[in-house]
Design a protein around this ligand. Structure first.
Ligand SMILES: [Zn+2]
Length: 101
């Protein structure tokens, strides 16, 4: 899939922004002690990154989708976004309907 030039440019700048932020995070993490990392992991595990409430995990076609019980945000583990993007539209509709209120 080849995007229009403006789309490629947006992709480029988004990637640059990500790399920049990732680098500064990596620097921060390097200075962090293992114990501190573990504390953070324990504190945040299965909690919404936006509002801090509990995430609810649903297994759909082998993909574990975590949805916030409070703000409705959806969280995907590494590789799952790519897997979901390969779904047929009907599978996507099914997945969305799982979360319908
Ligand atoms: Zn939330």
């Amino acid at each position: 899939m080849v995007g229009k030039p403006s789309e490629r440019e947006e992709e480029y700048f988004a990637r640059m922004e990500f790399e920049k932020k990732k680098k500064s995070e990596e620097e921060k993490q390097k200075k962090m002690a293992e114990e501190e990392k573990k504390k953070l992991r324990d504190l945040h595990y299965m909690k919404c990154p936006k509002c801090g409430m509990e995430l609810i995990e649903i297994d759909y076609k082998g993909i574990k989708v975590d949805k916030c019980s409070e703000c409705e945000g959806v969280w995907l583990d590494a590789g799952e976004l790519a897997a979901i993007s390969k779904f047929e539209k009907t599978s996507l509709d099914e997945l969305f309907s799982v979360f319908k209120k």
